[in-house]
Design a protein around this ligand. Structure first.
Ligand SMILES: Cc1cc2nc3c(=O)[nH]c(=O)nc-3n(C[C@H](O)[C@H](O)[C@H](O)COP(=O)(O)OP(=O)(O)OC[C@H]3O[C@@H](n4cnc5c(N)ncnc54)[C@H](O)[C@@H]3O)c2cc1C
Length: 444
């Protein structure tokens, strides 16, 4: 069996590994336009701030692919898929026949049609090269504007602040992270970020980006001008669907796949950021990882299905812990709010159940709140003072993604009970965030 996978992000790479697990004989080739081997994309934010080298979050080296007998062709852009002939073509005209094909082409940043968005000094952040360009330009910029106050926009803004630049974030909604926080939680987060040196303009839009040879500033709706030596646009993503569309695959908002992650053309599968599954688009690492893994299993003959990925509700926003779940914005039902300096907790309790919750700035309470929300702990547990005192056991940090294994908390995802020392974790335990093995962890 000849497997071709387009894209070496988490979806393509996990698919290749799953195929090799199930099919020892098949030929597996990853074609990617990237110049870099597979890396943990969320850590680009640290790379942007000059706080991590690419090698620190490149997940597999050449030896790993050799050992698994997976061919990876870097700098190879696929330009066409021909389902009738069962082959793909790259930009140099090479042909690659396949029996099973995976389209795992990821996404591009969305750039809204703002006049001046094409000026030098205006950037988006998706890959290593984008970060290199931003850092190069940042040397000569004193101030910057980030358009978009979602998770990625805030992270990018924080990275620029760490580079010594004065940053203003412009957001069309009247609060930060509107899909995760209510007005009060968002306002606390804003206050914490202001202390880190960021400024905000909320509930407004950008009329134009000004400048002649390079960007010099922005004009907001209503006429306010903000000086800016550079602009980073973080206004969401759009799946890379052109290849699929041109090959005649059904594309709606994303490449349409069924529960077997198969596209409208038999033998062609898709996974990761470009797909639309049960009317849903994800754009998140854990979803792309699960889809890639499932697609690989299915392509190599396993009788299994993908039914969706539960949305991640625990976030780290510029180092601040944020959790939100269920009807987080509701005021209906008993609302238990606790406000302290730089901590906000809100629980919506109805029929003796936790119908929704927000926690900002108190990481110790989050595992308990999550379990109560999921129904595995009784409601009274969230009213108890959380046990924050550290024990004698060490914490261990994942060198790939920065996740910290805390023995006090265990690992929900991997089914590890609180109180389990790192040394006692099973050998096949993997990082619940990025999926690397125990050997990639360092003692904190
Ligand atoms: C800065 C940043 C921070 C993020 N932080 C988080 C986070 O904290 N939590 C979270 O859940 N998610 C986060 N994400 C989103 C997450 O990284 C993505 O959801 C995930 O990487 C998607 O994986 P993928 O394999 O679908 O696509 P990608 O990782 O985008 O990989 C797609 C690959 O396909 C290749 N490709 C595309 N077109 C072609 C072609 N025609 N020919 C050959 N190759 C092609 C590309 O070069 C690329 O290598 C972040 C993203 C960014 C950019």
């Amino acid at each position: 069996m000849n497997y071709i996978l387009i894209g070496n992000g988490v979806a393509g790479t996990e698919a290749a590994l799953a195929i090799r697990n199930a099919d020892d004989q098949g030929d597996i080739t990853i074609l990617t336009q990237s110049a870099h081997h597979f890396y943990y994309r969320p850590r680009l934010i640290e790379y942007l701030a000059g706080k991590a080298d690419l090698a620190a979050f490149t997940l597999y080296n050449e030896d790993h692919y050799r050992e698994k007998r997976i061919g990876v062709r870097l700098n190879t852009r696929v330009t066409a898929i021909d389902p009738e002939q069962g082959q793909v073509t790259d930009a140099a005209g090479n042909l690659y026949p396949y029996d099973r094909l995976l389209v795992a082409t990821g996404a591009d940043c969305f750039v809204p049609p703002i006049p001046g968005a094409d000026l030098p000094g205006v950037f988006t952040v998706r890959g290593v090269t984008d970060c290199d360009r931003v850092r190069e330009h940042a040397r000569q910029a004193e101030n910057a504007v980030v358009i978009g106050g979602g998770l990625l926009g805030l992270e990018a803004a924080h990275s620029l602040v760490r580079l010594g630049i004065k940053v203003t974030v412009v957001e069309v909604m009247d609060r930060l992270l509107p899909r995760q926080l209510d007005a009060e939680g968002a306002s606390l987060l804003q206050k914490m970020l202001e202390r880190k040196g960021m400024a905000f303009r909320l509930g407004t839009t950008v009329e134009k980006i000004s400048g002649t040879r390079s960007v010099t500033g922005l004009v907001l709706q209503g006429g306010e001008t903000i000086p800016a030596g550079m602009v980073v646009i973080s206004a969401g993503i759009r799946g890379r669907t052109t290849l699929a569309r041109e090959a005649g695959l059904q594309v709606n908002k994303g490449i349409v796949v069924d529960d077997r992650l198969q596209t409208s053309v038999p033998g062609i599968f898709a996974a990761g950021d470009p797909i639309e599954h049960r009317d849903r688009l994800y754009g998140q690492w854990p979803a792309a990882r699960e889809q890639g893994m499932k697609a690989g299993q299915i392509m190599s003959g396993k009788d299994t299905v993908y039914t969706g990925t539960a949305p991640a509700a625990t976030l780290k926003v510029t180092g601040i812990d944020v959790y939100s779940a269920g009807e987080y914005d509701s005021r209906v039902g008993m609302v238990e709010v606790s406000r302290e300096e730089l901590v906000y907790k809100k629980y919506i309790i109805r029929d003796n159940k936790l119908a929704g919750a927000i926690v900002v700035g108190d990481p110790a309470v989050i595992p308990t709140v999550r379990k109560v929300f999921q129904g595995s702990l009784p409601i009274r547990e969230i009213m108890k003072v959380p046990h924050t005192k550290g024990g004698d056991m060490d914490k261990w940090e994942c060198s790939a993604c920065g996740y910290v294994y805390d023995p006090e908390k265990g690992d929900d995802v991997g089914g590890v009970a609180p109180g389990t020392a790192f040394e006692d974790l099973p050998d096949d335990w993997v990082c619940p965030v990025c999926g690397v093995g125990k050997d990639q962890f360092n003692k904190v």
